[in-house]
Design a binder for this molecule. Structure first.
Ligand code: SAM
Ligand code: SF4
Length: 320
């Protein structure tokens, strides 16, 4: 289905939990309230929403959170989503802590791709930014993903004075593993301070200094707004998600479903459409609510122009 601006909406990010086994400082700061389990969508509800989504042309799904792998039964959800007629792709975004444990099950369930967050390769910094993460477990998760043969990417959010000296190292790591790395500009969602983020324009300049042979990569790498570069002869690409400084809203193809059953048409704003009342009705009722969400999808974000209007809830609560 197309929105008011002619954008084809075909991709839904499904947050299955607001909980997490890490506490990344820019995403889930201390003290944020957890949603009680009785307010979280059941897997049955999520599958009905997906069925309704497919009926209006949304055929690709990303499972996210919070940390999706802390919710029991995630591989089963992947399998059941994949079984819905018309579903083209089911992918997962994870912090990687539990990935080694679940990778075989996820692969057997038919997972199409996995994104793993990796902001730093320094164990002490990793512990600092995640507050309770274990880099070695994440590395095992990345290895398990690569070994499974499933398309694997790492996501890194560069931050001044924290990991901005590791950009080249993380890019090298991705080339070594033959996987893509995406650098995501820090967005001012929740309590994140976008001022501490690095602009992808600066980052590209730095990468060009190390890899003068970097070339734009026009091939399709996923469902997102990343712009890719590659180095002839090397496996893996570098993707830039210029959430703050890039103009990609005209290509936006997505909705977000929070773990509580609310559709966010745009990450930036707190305008939502609540699907829950429709869940006791028919698939057609859910479809109408999804169509309503598409109809109010704004033209573009206002991260730079109108900070007062930007979503105040934390990324882990919305579903990143
Ligand atoms: N727990 C999973 C993970 O860490 O990949 C999935 C959820 S997490 C919210 C998804 C992605 O959002 C992560 O790569 C994280 O780094 C990113 N993220 C969180 N807050 C952000 C922000 N304010 N700006 C940009 N990216 C952010
Ligand atoms: Fe958890 Fe992912 Fe947020 Fe880190 S970025 S706190 S791992 S949801």
């Amino acid at each position: 289905m197309e929105d008011r601006f002619g954008r084809k909406i075909e991709y839904l990010r499904i947050s299955i939990t607001d909980r997490c086994n890490m506490r990344c400082r820019y995403c889930m700061p201390d003290g944020i309230e957890k949603v009680s389990m009785d307010r979280i969508l059941t897997y049955e509800d999520i599958l009905r929403i997906a069925e309704a989504a497919v009926s209006i042309g949304i055929t690709r799904f990303k499972i996210t959170g919070g940390e999706p792998l802390v919710r029991l039964g995630c591989p089963g959800l992947v399998k059941n989503l994949k079984a819905i007629p018309g579903v083209e792709q089911v992918t997962l975004t994870t912090n990687g802590m539990e990935l080694a444990r679940y990778m075989d099950e996820l692969a057997a369930a038919g997972l199409d791709a996995v994104n793993i967050s990796l902001d730093t390769m320094d164990p002490d910094r990793f512990r600092y930014i995640t507050q309770c993460g274990d880099l070695a477990m994440v590395m095992s998760g990345i290895d398990a993903a690569v070994a499974s043969g499933i398309r694997t990417k790492v996501n890194c959010v560069p931050q001044k004075g924290f990991n901005d000296d590791e950009i080249e190292k993380i890019a090298d790591f991705a080339f070594e593993k033959g996987i893509d790395v995406r650098f995501i500009e820090l967005m001012p969602v929740g309590s994140a301070d976008a001022g501490s983020g690095l602009s992808n324009e600066d980052l590209l300049e730095r990468l060009r200094a190390v890899y003068p042979e970097l070339e734009p990569d026009e091939s399709i790498h996923g469902n997102g707004p990343a712009v890719y570069y590659y180095i002839p002869g090397k496996r893996g690409s570098i993707g830039l998600i210029s959430a703050m400084h890039g103009a990609f809203c005209d290509r936006c193809n997505r909705l977000r479903l929070t773990s509580q059953g609310v559709i966010k048409p745009c990450l930036c704003y707190d305008e939502t459409v609540d699907l829950k009342p429709a869940l006791s009705g028919t698939i057609s009722d859910i479809k109408d609510k999804l169509a309503e969400a598409i109809s109010i999808k704004p033209k573009q974000h206002c991260f730079n122009d109108d900070p007062e209007r930007v979503e105040k809830r934390q990324m882990s609560q919305i579903g990143g």
